[in-house]
Design a protein around this ligand. Structure first.
Ligand code: NIG
Ligand code: FE
Length: 405
């Protein structure tokens, strides 16, 4: 006999059924699957949702289930999905921030020896235990903000050994975390000092040696690359992404953060699961992304914190793109783990609607991780992963403005 559990009298629940049907394009209020006084039946063995609907419509076979709980005065939405973080790192970057406040740009600070390479140095020097301890604290904080699924990138080791160590840290965290963690290999985050002025040779090394080694370990699901002036060109990224595909990785691309170099077209062409940042995306690429399956991951916290333009969310959504939101949590451009706050910034600064923002941190963020069949909505067959809001409506998520925990 299956161990079925009944949750009843849930004051408000969002299934996101309509968002799911539209695969996350043009999400509207009517797509959120809003139910008042809802019930849900869950299989406690598999942790999968069996039935969800209005309390009055509960099928008779579930009416007398012995295991039942009340959701009175609770608002249930899908547990949030954080689809872009760089949370394995040592040290801090408050000095970069102080320099930016004096007028220096992100690129100027990086060129003067700050930026990613400062964090790389601190990460290489940190012990494995210190990295685990630091990351575990971050995960606990993310969990407070209602997040149940979270992607983590490497990219602050930049030697094979230290990149593998970051992936091992993610694996160690996965063993204990209630969260679903998704590991991404990002060795092409910056050219390490050992390869200064020889980025092509570094790219060749990743393709010929690192990708096959990491593929063998099975420690990473995705491969990512930072396409930007001073980092990796579209041509170098093409080589890297092709090798990653050959080795069985799924793809992500950091593109158009400070300039538009062709990374977006490349990501679309190669079927990347997501392209992230897009602050400087061209009109032509907006149209192309709107017609593709690739998710546009927008990172308002990074724009806010570096004082650079916000991405054109309205244009992307109106073109039909599947738009997700994320913190981009990292020590340089967004040290915040507050994903609900990103929905507020998206609504006020990027003119997204509340339903669009809700879809962007649930179903569409799950799609950016190829996990939309498991998480990001509350419909039969999906994992029972719920974010309970201490509020009287889901609209409180962006409204509470940095206070929603
Ligand atoms: O997504 N853009 C590249 N990577 C990070 C920043 C990393 C850093 O500055 O340490 C980002 O914003
Ligand atoms: Fe990033």
């Amino acid at each position: 006999m299956e161990a079925l559990v009944l949750y009843e009298e849930i004051s408000q629940l969002l299934t996101l059924e309509g968002v799911e049907k539209k695969q996350g394009r043009h999400p509207e209020q009517k797509d959120l699957g809003q139910l008042e006084n809802a019930s849900m039946v869950v299989n406690a063995d598999s942790n999968l949702i069996v039935w969800v609907g209005k309390g009055d419509d509960l099928p008779s076979q579930y009416k007398d289930l012995p295991h039942r709980f009340s959701g009175k005065d609770q608002v249930w939405i899908p547990e949030l999905v954080e689809c872009h973080t760089h949370l394995i790192y040592g040290g801090t970057r408050h000095h970069d921030f102080a320099l930016r406040c004096e007028g220096k740009s992100y690129q100027e600070i990086a060129a003067a020896g700050g930026g990613i390479l400062t964090t790389m140095k601190a990460t290489r020097e940190a012990s494995g235990e210190a990295l685990v301890e630091h990351a575990a604290k971050d995960l606990a904080r993310f969990q407070k903000f209602g997040i149940g699924t979270l992607e983590i990138k490497t990219g602050y080791g930049l030697t094979l050994e230290s990149e593998l160590r970051a992936l091992e840290v993610i694996r160690a965290l996965s063993e204990h975390a209630a969260m679903l963690l998704v590991p991404t290999f990002l060795p092409a985050h910056a050219t390490p000092p050992e390869y200064k002025g020889r980025t092509d040779a570094y790219v060749d090394l990743i393709c010929a040696e690192w990708l096959p080694e990491v593929a063998k370990t099975g420690l990473a699901s995705f491969f990512d690359v930072f396409v930007e002036n001073g980092y990796f060109s579209a041509q170098q990224a093409r080589k890297l992404l092709h090798s990653a595909l050959d080795q069985g990785f799924k793809l992500k691309v950091h593109s158009d953060q400070f300039s538009s170099l062709g990374g977006t077209q490349l990501g679309i062409e190669l079927g990347a699961s997501s392209i992230d940042h897009l602050d400087h995306i061209s009109n032509e690429d907006i149209r192309a992304l709107g017609e593709s399956k690739t998710v546009a991951v927008l990172l308002p916290g990074a724009s806010l914190f570096t004082g650079t333009p916000y991405p054109p969310a309205r244009e992307l959504i109106d073109a039909g793109a599947r738009v997700a939101l994320s913190t981009d949590y990292n020590p340089g451009t967004c040290p915040s783990r507050n994903l609900p706050l990103m929905t507020t910034i998206a609504c006020t600064q990027m003119k997204m609607t509340v339903p669009e923002a809700i879809a962007a941190v649930t179903y569409n963020a799950a799609a950016a991780l190829d996990l939309e069949d498991r998480v990001g909505s509350l419909t039969p067959g999906k994992e029972f992963r719920v974010c309970t809001l201490d509020a009287d409506s889901y609209e409180a998520l962006p409204y509470c403005f940095g206070e929603m925990e």
